[in-house]
Ligand binder design. Structure first.
Ligand SMILES: [Zn+2]
Length: 282
């Protein structure tokens, strides 16, 4: 439900992004209206039975897959552990580089594939692990086998992990939304504007695209935050990649809060989003 609402808060495409996205869709022949540019960010939600070639791209004459059709938009993978392990592992390249290379004997082709990955999974095969009202019937081995379908290196490339406990009926009916999509979108657009100004002259649009050299410059933190980050990295045994990702997420949280500098609260929130490292990999 949450993932399906993501498109309602995405910032509009810049002209440059619209051109790139339209090109990919045009190559694949899935363009609905061949006359104009694609006006909104793509939201792709392929089923877990999709082939590797369908997801990543491929075929005798290589065509872009879902990762490229989601370029500049969102790729939503529901029931993540149900996808072919081979396909999930190939996601690592686009998540890291924003492109995907398809190699064939005679040629190799590279397609753009810079997307926001949103994925959902159950805590265990039956879905009730840690549920306050229902009993989980899975064995520890079953649970471990299930969550380990998502490899450490893939998890490492996912910035935000959130545990979403079941909501009771009363809470579902009672709570009024604190911030609607329109307000949230306005906040997202302000944050994105900030980032466009920050990266003026660089070939990027958002914090997520920052290379390491820029992280040091743009994601300055104070001594307290430095200490917090060091403790988190040591205690959770996080990689250098996770370290960079935490800083980028903290920068984005600060941007969403209209804050010029990254405060300790922004950094600690970013650290909290590494739940799965904590649960399964340490
Ligand atoms: Zn279970």
């Amino acid at each position: 439900m949450l993932a399906k609402r993501v498109p309602t808060i995405l910032p509009p495409l810049t002209l440059d992004e619209a051109i790139q996205t339209t090109k990919v869709h045009s190559v694949t022949g899935v363009l609905e209206d061949s006359r104009g540019l694609i006006p909104t960010r793509p939201f792709r939600a392929p089923h877990h039975t999709i082939s590797d070639a369908g997801l990543i791209g491929g075929g005798t004459i290589p065509r872009p897959g879902e990762v490229s059709l989601a370029h500049n938009g969102v790729l939503f993978l529901d029931e993540l552990p149900e996808f072919q392990r081979s396909a999930l592992e190939v996601l690592r390249q686009p998540l890291e580089d924003g492109l995907v290379t398809i190699s064939r004997a005679i040629t190799s082709l590279t397609f753009p594939a810079r997307f926001t990955l949103a994925a959902a999974m159950n805590p265990c095969p039956c879905g009730y692990f840690n549920d306050p009202t229902r009993e989980c019937r899975c064995t520890p081995t079953q649970i471990q086998r299930y969550v380990q379908k998502i490899s450490g290196p893939l998890l490492d490339r996912i910035d935000i992990h959130i545990d979403v406990p079941a909501v009771r009926y009363k809470e579902l009916r009672g709570a009024a939304p604190r911030e609607g999509s329109a307000e949230l979108r306005a906040r997202v657009m302000r944050a994105r504007q900030r980032q466009l100004e920050r990266f003026r002259g660089e070939k990027m649009y958002s914090n997520a695209q920052m290379p390491s050299r820029l992280i040091r410059k743009v994601c300055e933190i104070d001594a307290d935050s430095e200490k917090l980050l060091e403790t988190a990295i040591t205690r959770l045994g996080l990689s250098a990649r996770a370290h960079d990702r935490i800083l980028k997420v903290a920068r984005t949280i600060a941007d969403l809060g209209d804050s010029e500098r990254i405060a300790a609260k922004h950094l600690s929130e970013a650290v909290q989003y590494r739940t799965l490292d904590r649960t399964y990999w340490t």
